[in-house]
Design a binder for this molecule. Structure first.
Ligand SMILES: [Zn+2]
Length: 127
């Protein structure tokens, strides 16, 4: 089961080999290689046995939002959005929703901002 970065802006799905677990005073954790955020880990191994690390369960399912701007022929940009939702059980991304064109904007940054704001609305509503 991969680890998932808890930073909402990041939500990287990380294979166990990709992260290095650290034992700190406050317990186990790993630092996301993408965004450097600290993610908490829990040792569920038997006392005296090998350490077995899992991510603590969260009630809110992780999701990853990818907002992009696609250049159009007329020099404007189409806002595109992709949302990957995790399944509750396994922590892997199984459901992906994709919007090709949410609107057309004169510059790329506006298009991305628009796609992100739609994602924020949508995820809030479903939460
Ligand atoms: Zn991250």
């Amino acid at each position: 089961m991969p680890f998932i970065c808890e930073n909402v802006e990041c939500r990287a799905v990380l294979a166990r080999g990709q992260v290095r677990s650290n034992h700190e005073e406050s317990g186990w954790c790993f630092y996301c290689p993408d965004c450097k955020i600290r993610n908490e880990l829990k040792d569920i191994g038997l006392p005296g046995g090998p350490v077995e690390l899992v991510q603590p369960e969260r009630s809110d399912l992780p999701h990853k939002v990818i907002a992009t701007a696609r250049p159009l022929e007329d020099g404007r940009y189409a806002a595109q959005l992709r949302v990957q939702r995790a399944l509750g059980m396994k922590g892997t991304y199984a459901v992906e929703e994709y919007w090709e064109q949410l609107g057309v904007f004169p510059d790329a940054q506006e298009a991305v901002a628009h796609a992100k704001s739609i994602a924020a609305d949508m995820l809030e509503r479903k939460a």
